[in-house]
Design a protein. Structure first.
Length: 137
């Protein structure tokens, strides 16, 4: 079992394997403290700003989303005020998820000035996301 987990981690890290969830799963609608939560009306203000915004569409029951979260946190810690991060729990913010056509999670989108700079499904590598943010500066 440990060997399988280590091989899985290796494949994710080296090959950039795309992992996502696209089922209903166990829908726990618990809101994360960094989630857009019930602030949907301010989402447009956030993505229309001059700072690049990484939007992480996730669910609390999604295992690949739990792999993605620390990668995004690391980017936010390293880049500081050069990036904003918004987590959108698709079970809580169904309207927002529908608006952006989210069918599988995690889905990562990067916006600046209201324009979509990046849109991908599955676990995304730190280097990929950091490059998009830095190119948007």
């Amino acid at each position: 079992m440990k060997r399988t987990a280590m091989i899985f981690a290796f494949v994710i890290g080296i090959a950039g394997l795309t992992i996502s969830c696209n089922g209903t799963g166990n829908k726990k609608a618990q809101e994360d403290s960094t989630s857009i939560g019930q602030k949907t009306e301010t989402f447009d203000d956030i993505i229309n700003g001059s700072t690049p915004v990484i939007v992480d569409f996730y669910a609390t029951w999604c295992k690949p989303c739990k792999i993605q979260a620390p990668i995004i946190e690391e980017i936010q810690n390293e880049l500081g005020n050069k990036v904003r991060v918004v987590k959108v729990d698709v079970d809580v913010e169904e309207d927002l998820a529908n608006r952006y056509g989210i069918q599988s999670i995690p889905t990562i989108m990067i916006f600046k000035g209201g324009k979509t700079l990046f849109n991908a499904v599955g676990v995304q590598q730190k280097e990929t996301l950091t490059k998009v943010v830095m190119d948007a500066q």
